[in-house]
Design a protein around this ligand. Structure first.
Ligand code: SF4
Ligand code: SF4
Length: 347
């Protein structure tokens, strides 16, 4: 089943202002601002530097997952234009930031994707591709596993569950089967195979309005089941809490789960997660070159603090390294339970 994006559907939650209004007006016991204020990091959360340079190259995707926080899909066409790609790569190449994280949409659909990978790798960066797996089963992109291996790209891929029903319910009919085929193609070039040094990370997020199970036990379950039933391997599994924004927020609303889910996150707030929230060592570059604290803030159109440079065209790492982070109530998604980030659990 092909779904439409919120934008194509002309849904009110396609508007970031409407999403922010919804989250700001929920009757929560405590706002996230107040929760941070009660920790050792309060009253204001600050960055510790920039170690991860993440770029979101566009909204186009061959999938249209129910929970997508980007509202990506086949009907979206917006992609990062050349002048922003050029400026972004120039900044990356001139910096000592060790990690270059490419996301989307399906980032591989950007016509300069391979150039981005090549230039990142040539500059000595650890390149990460947030790959939805199914794109690797299309004829045009079937060469990518070998390309990734050549540049020692870390492949990071969502797989909400190790069976067909759990995965297809969230990501679309037939996605599980194609994902397994793509995993085989990655394994065939060494990804996930012990001793190869090629890192293949799976990302699991709950199919429902609850927090992820403990990351270690999920990793063990996934490894056992995927190997036994499908003969495929991966390096590690990380869990991510579903962020109450965009299409997941729309689903929460539609299923009457918004308040219960938010209250679940609020009551699971874990101060021990705050030190390692990803915004503290990440910068996120938008399609139009604007700078954000993370991909979630980017999707809510919450730019970096006014005292920091606002776009890639006026990059100043010294100011970005020590910027104040812009937080709102969705940030409970990163700090509930075992914590959640692009690198998985944080506590
Ligand atoms: S979650 Fe990922 S694969 Fe699914 S629609 Fe969004 S960008 Fe595409
Ligand atoms: S949503 Fe972004 S800004 Fe908020 S805590 Fe998470 S990483 Fe930081």
């Amino acid at each position: 089943m092909t779904r439409l994006s919120l934008v194509a559907d002309r849904h009110p939650l396609a508007s970031t202002d409407e999403q922010k209004r919804r989250l700001r007006t929920l009757p929560l016991v405590k706002s996230f601002d107040d929760a941070i204020g009660g920790t050792a990091f309060g009253p204001r959360l600050r960055a510790t530097g920039v170690e991860v340079f993440q770029i979101n190259v566009g909204r186009k995707c061959n999938q249209a997952c129910h929970h997508c926080h980007v509202d990506a899909g086949p009907d979206r066409t917006e992609m990062m234009p050349d002048d922003v790609v050029d400026a972004t790569l120039r900044v990356l190449e001139g910096s000592s930031i060790p990690t270059f994280d490419i996301t989307g949409g399906a980032p591989e659909l950007h016509e300069r994707f391979e150039e981005m990978v090549e230039r990142g790798a040539r500059a000595g960066k650890q390149v990460m591709d947030r790959c939805n797996l199914t794109i690797l089963r299309t004829q045009r992109y079937a060469h990518l596993p070998a390309f990734f291996a050549k540049h020692r790209v870390e492949v990071v891929s969502s797989l909400p569950y190790y069976d067909e029903s759990g995965t297809d319910a969230q990501r679309g009919d037939g996605v599980f089967e194609k994902s397994i085929e793509a995993m085989r193609a990655l394994n065939a070039v060494g990804y996930g195979v012990e001793g190869s040094g090629l890192v293949f990370t799976l990302v699991a997020n709950p199919v429902g309005a609850f927090l992820p199970a403990p990351q270690k036990s999920m990793e063990a379950d996934f490894k056992r089941q995927l190997k036994r039933k499908h003969g495929v391997e991966f390096t590690r599994l990380i869990t991510i809490t579903n962020m109450p924004i965009s299409r997941y927020l729309e689903w929460l609303d539609r299923s009457g789960n918004t308040e219960p889910y938010m209250n679940r996150l609020v009551s699971a707030f874990n101060p021990a997660t705050v030190a390692a929230v990803m915004c503290r060592n990440t910068i996120s570059v938008g399609m139009d070159g604007r700078l954000f604290d993370c991909d979630f803030n980017q999707m809510l159109d919450l730019g970096v603090h006014a005292a920091a440079p606002q776009t890639i065209f006026d990059w100043d790492q010294r100011l970005l390294d020590q910027r104040e982070i812009v937080v709102e109530n969705h940030c409970y998604g990163c700090t509930a339970g075992q914590g959640s980030s692009c690198g998985g659990a944080t506590a």
